[in-house]
Design a protein around this ligand. Sequence first.
Ligand SMILES: Nc1ncnc2c1ncn2[C@@H]1O[C@H](COP(=O)(O)OP(=O)(O)OP(=O)(O)O)[C@@H](O)[C@H]1O
Ligand SMILES: [Mg+2]
Length: 451
Amino acid sequence: MPTLRSATLSPVQAATPSPTAATTPRAAKRRFTPRRAAESPDSAQFTAPHMSPLAGVGPMGTPKMLSASPKSSRKRLYGDFVAPQKPKWNPRDPAQMQAVKEALHVATVPSCGLVCRDEEQSRVFDFCKACVQQDKAASLYVCGCPGTGKTLSINKVKERLSRWADEVGMETPDDLSINCTNLGSTSDIFSKILGKFQVRKKAGGKLSPLQQLQSMFSHKESAPGRMLLVIVDEMDYLITRDRAVLHDLFMLTTHQFSRCILIGIANSIDLADRFLPKLESLNCKPLVITFRAYSKDQIANIINHRLKVLEYDVFEPLAVEFCARKVAAASGDMRKALGVCRSAVEVFESRLHDSSDQGFGVVTFDHMDIALSKVFKPVVVNSILCLPQHQQMVLCALANTFQHCKKKATTLGELNKSYIEICRSSQVPAVGMLEFSNMCMILSDQVCKHP
Ligand SMILES: Nc1ncnc2c1ncn2[C@@H]1O[C@H](COP(=O)(O)OP(=O)(O)OP(=O)(O)O)[C@@H](O)[C@H]1O
Ligand SMILES: [Mg+2]
């Protein structure tokens, strides 16, 4: 449920701008007028001031004086609606600054429920629940681009499943989470699963862990009693040339006495195309759930939701929207959005140190603009930054020759002089002529590749 305050302030709820209009500060600012807010679905809250239970209540619940100033028309229109103000963020307080950074950290798992992934989580939960209720093994394949909340959502479902099993008095399935990036070799996945069933070492004899699992799931006497929820994350790492490990893994759920509820998570978009047809032919096609890239509204919603643990406002709403728009247009990667927000907080923090102003303030559109331009650099800038130091210096020498000396062409000798000059002024030993001409050739090849 949006709060009155968020309905008043949230750009996402208050405006429904066109997806294309919007990346300039002015264009974005223009949209956030009270008029637009009144057109939003929440407009009833704005157009009936007398209905507000908060009428006449000012910040922190104190009686509120209505301003008669013509400049404060917004206040006159909505004054009675503004919820008690939150305490102001004091960014100079290290504990508060730390709390903000933590809320935005990618490793911080939101303690409350997840927003924007309800449908996907419900589908995964229903799948697991059906397996437990029917006491039946099955497999699920979750795919989607990076940073779309796959790992987070599946972990939340795991917790929910165990709460549900407790509530209804069913046996909670045991669980095993494997991140394939940590496996020494792809087939280690089978020993990890086998280990969870706590099979005594001798029991397997000369059989490989995969064969032991296959044999265990084929006979009623050897089948384990309890179901095992196996979450295989970063499954892309299991791709071998013949995809045998992937096939064998999913096939484990097809044995008559299998106890595995298998959830594979991957972000290779085409992984499904490469291994699902074979599984289908083996009559073992997993249920597939795709996590789509986050939209701008979802990104803004998630950021605001994560910040709700704080008592104070940290960002100007417009700043959050700007970040959401840019990230959604580029990739819809929530990890990137959180990184940009943290970077904007750092920009704000560094300016705070430089200024003598003791005012509090919040992270603004301008701070976000700087943070975004650090992350979304033009391709050409990124390519230059990736070049070795001396090649970058050759480019500086070229720029010097063409821009400052206003020349249209130059010789290798002249360019070398300019390069040596730059090396001297930056106290970096210059490379010899042979290496210099090699560097020029490499650079020229790069330009041909990316004209
Ligand atoms: N709905 C959400 N609510 C809150 N935070 C989210 C949400 N979705 C993603 N995040 C955050 O975004 C980051 C990336 O999420 P997650 O690791 O789940 O993505 P992923 O889809 O598994 O990415 P990858 O394919 O790279 O493994 C995490 O820090 C996570 O906390
Ligand atoms: Mg993940």
